[in-house]
Design a protein around this ligand. Structure first.
Ligand SMILES: Nc1ncnc2c1ncn2[C@@H]1O[C@H](COP(=O)(O)OP(=O)(O)OP(=O)(O)O)[C@@H](O)[C@H]1O
Ligand SMILES: [Mg+2]
Length: 416
C-alpha cells in the first residue's frame, strides 16, 4: 500500500508494530525518486527496503545515496526467504544485522555459521590454543581475530604470522627472536613475534609448514610458557595465547612425519572447523550482496544487486576458493556490470555459459548467435529489452553482436 493511501484506508500502526517502507525504484522515473526522497526525509526513523530492476538508474547520485540508506535491496522476482529474514530481524528489534555486532567481520546466518559462532564464543574466553582448520579462503583468519576480540586479551596485540612465508633459516629467530651476534647478520638483538605479542594472541597461519626444529621450540613454549631467543641460553616467560590455522590435513602430516604428534595434540585442544562456502546455503547470496555493498561504498558503480539468474548461479557454483574467491568475483562483476543488476555473465563463473569447455564451443557459438538474432528480432532491436530477456548486460549484447559479426543497424534494416 502506498504511504499516501494509508490514512484514507484507515490502516494505522498499533503500539509495537514495526513499520518498514518499500521504495519501488523499478521504473526509475524522476518523480518517483523525488517522492521517495521526500518520504525518507519526513520519516528519518523508518527503515527502508528498496526494490530495483535493470531500469533503475543506479549511477544517478541521488539514487545511489537513497540506496545507501536502505537496509536491504531486492530485485524482482523477490527472493522471499531473504526478505522474510530481513523482516524477522527487524521485528526482533534492529536493522538486519548480517553479522553479529560483536563479530562484525563474520557475515552469514546459515546453520553452519550459527554453529561456528557458538564455538567461537565458547572458546574465546578459555586461555587455550585453538586450531582453526578449513579449506582455503573460508575465513580462518577472520575466525582467529574474532576469538582474540572476544577474549580477555582483546586490548593487547594480535600478531598474525604466516609460517609458510618465513624463510626456512630464519623461522626460529622470527618467532622467538635472537641475540646480537647469534648468526652472521644478527647485528642487533631482535624481539621475536611471540614476544612482541606479549599479553595478547599470536596467530600461526599455515602451521603445517612450520619446520621441525621450530616445532620443537613451539612445543616447549606451549608446555612451559617459555621461549629462548636464538643465540641465548636464557629462558624467558612469555604470556601469549596461541591460535593456529591450516588448510592441510594435519593427521596426514603427522602420519608422514612432517608434523610432531605431541605438538599437534597440544594445538588441537580446541578445534574450529570452518565450513566450505558451498555448504552455507543462502549465505553465498548474503555475502555476495555484502561485498557488493562494501564495494559500492568506495567505488562509483552501477550494480546494486544480483539478477535472479545470477543468484541461482552463485548458489549452484562450488566455490573452490570459498569466500575469498567470492569477494574477488563480486568486485570484478561490479566493475564490469553495465546495469543495476549483476548478471550471470558479469560473474563469469567457470562452467557457466560463456565459460564452456573448448569441445562445446562450436555448438554453443552457433546456438548463441541464433538465440541473439532471434531475441533481437523479437524485441525489434531494442537492446535493453533484448538484454533483459536474455538475462545479460546491455554491453554484453553489443559484445556478442561484435563477436558474431552482427551489425545491429543492418540487421534491423533487413528485418524491417
Ligand atoms: N564470514 C565472512 N564474512 C565476511 N567476510 C569474510 C567471511 N569469511 C571470510 N571473509 C573474507 O574473505 C577473505 C578470506 O578470509 P581469510 O583470509 O580469513 O581466509 P583463510 O581461510 O585464512 O584463507 P587462506 O586459507 O587462504 O589463508 C577475507 O577478505 C575475509 O575478510
Ligand atoms: Mg589465512
Amino acid at each position: 500500500m502506498r504511504v499516501a493511501d494509508v490514512q484514507a484506508s484507515g490502516v494505522g500502526a498499533r503500539h509495537g508494530d514495526v513499520v518498514v517502507a518499500l521504495a519501488d525504484l523499478r521504473q526509475g522515473g524522476l518523480d518517483t525518486l523525488q517522492a521517495m526522497e521526500g518520504m525518507v526525509a519526513e520519516h528519518p526513523g523508518v527503515p527502508w527496503i528498496a526494490l530495483v530492476s535493470p531500469e533503475t538508474p543506479a549511477h544517478e547520485p541521488r539514487v545511489t545515496s537513497l540506496l545507501r540508506d536502505c537496509m536491504a535491496v531486492f530485485t524482482s522476482p523477490i527472493d522471499f526467504p531473504r526478505l522474510y529474514e530481513a523482516l524477522d530481524r527487524l521485528a526482533q528489534g534492529g536493522v538486519p544485522a548480517r553479522s553479529e555486532p560483536d563479530m562484525p567481520g563474520l557475515v552469514g546466518s546459515s546453520d553452519a555459521m550459527r554453529a561456528l559462532r557458538i564455538s567461537l564464543r565458547k572458546y574465546a574466553p578459555v586461555d587455550l590454543p585453538v586450531l582453526v582448520t578449513g579449506e582455503t579462503g573460508t575465513g580462518k583468519e577472520v575466525a582467529a581475530r574474532v576469538i582474540h576480540q572476544l577474549s580477555p586479551r582483546a586490548a593487547q596485540p594480535f600478531v598474525a604470522i604466516n609460517c609458510g612465508a618465513l624463510p626456512g633459516n630464519l623461522v626460529q629467530s622470527e618467532l622467538f627472536g635472537h641475540e646480537r651476534g647469534a648468526f652472521t647478520g644478527a647485528t642487533t638483538r631482535r624481539i621475536g613475534h611471540i614476544e612482541s605479542a606479549s599479553g595478547g594472541t599470536v596467530f600461526l597461519d599455515e602451521i603445517g609448514d612450520l619446520p621441525l626444529d621450530a616445532q620443537t621450540s613451539l612445543l616447549r613454549f606451549l608446555q612451559e610458557g617459555t621461549i629462548v631467543r636464538v643465540g641465548s641460553s636464557q629462558s624467558l616467560r612469555a604470556d601469549v595465547r596461541v591460535l593456529a590455522a591450516t588448510h592441510v590435513d594435519m593427521e596426514k602430516a603427522v602420519a608422514a612425519g612432517r608434523f610432531r604428534q605431541d605438538l599437534y595434540y597440544r594445538l588441537n585442544v580446541l578445534r574450529v572447523q570452518m565450513p566450505a562456502l558451498r555448504d552455507r546455503g543462502s549465505d553465498v547470496e548474503l555475502l555476495a550482496q555484502h561485498f557488493l555493498d562494501t564495494f559500492r561504498q568506495q567505488h562509483d558503480c552501477r550494480a546494486l544487486a544480483f539478477s535472479a539468474a545470477a543468484r541461482r548461479a552463485l548458489r549452484a557454483f562450488q566455490w573452490p576458493g570459498n569466500v575469498r574467491e567470492l569477494v574477488n568475483r563480486v568486485q570484478r562483476a561490479a566493475v564490469v556490470a553495465e546495469d543495476s543488476l549483476i548478471s550471470v555473465y558479469d560473474l563469469d563463473l567457470p562452467g557457466r555459459p560463456g565459460h564452456a569447455p573448448a569441445a562445446l564451443d562450436r555448438v554453443r557459438v552457433s546456438a548463441e548467435r541464433d538465440a541473439l538474432v532471434a531475441c533481437l528480432r523479437e524485441t525489434r532491436f531494442n537492446v535493453s529489452e533484448c538484454a533483459r530477456r536474455l538475462g545479460i548486460a546491455r554491453v554484453t549484447v553489443y559484445r556478442l553482436c561484435k563477436k558474431h559479426g552482427l551489425a545491429l543497424d543492418e540487421l534491423a534494416h533487413s528485418s524491417a
